[in-house]
Design a protein around this ligand. Sequence first.
Ligand code: FES
Ligand code: FES
Length: 185
Amino acid sequence: MALSTSSSVTLNINGEKHTLSVDHRTTLLDALRERLDLTGTKKGCDHGQCGACTVLVDGRRTVSCLQLAVASDEREIITVEGLADGDRLHPVQQAFLDLDGFQCGYCTPGQICSAIAVIEEHAAGWPSAVTEDVRPEAGPPPLTPEEIRERMSGNLCRCSAYVQIVQAVARAAEENRTETEETAA
Ligand code: FES
Ligand code: FES
């Protein structure tokens, strides 16, 4: 009996379900770009090394060139196309725009998806490789430029817009912190 080389998957992308038949070797990145026309997610290296293809899968940043579409079945996927609320940009998108966190823009969708997860990971108290005090009771470390650079180190920018990217992430993180405190008060 010949084994099937394709399967039906349901990709839940930006709140919309798409059911399609995919070759088992199809990556999530190729399914997004080639099958669903969601070309906001970029292909840089196709080897998990540049971060251009970063999307959020179940809230975690994921390089979509290394994830198979069949492994994404029924998972919740957010791409750059799903971040804005109508005409209102996501605060991280707005910060990148206001602070010139890009030049050619090719790496930007991945940078923004990654930054959203970085802000959440940091707020949840996750340490990074440069966090000095990693005891849980120490809470989130100050989000210094060094912390941001380390946490964003999986996202390369060939235009080298790193200075502005760090500033944009810092501003969006600060806005997120203020909003969380105001909601809790
Ligand atoms: S295209 Fe996926 S990490 Fe470079
Ligand atoms: S803005 Fe051009 S690669 Fe980052």
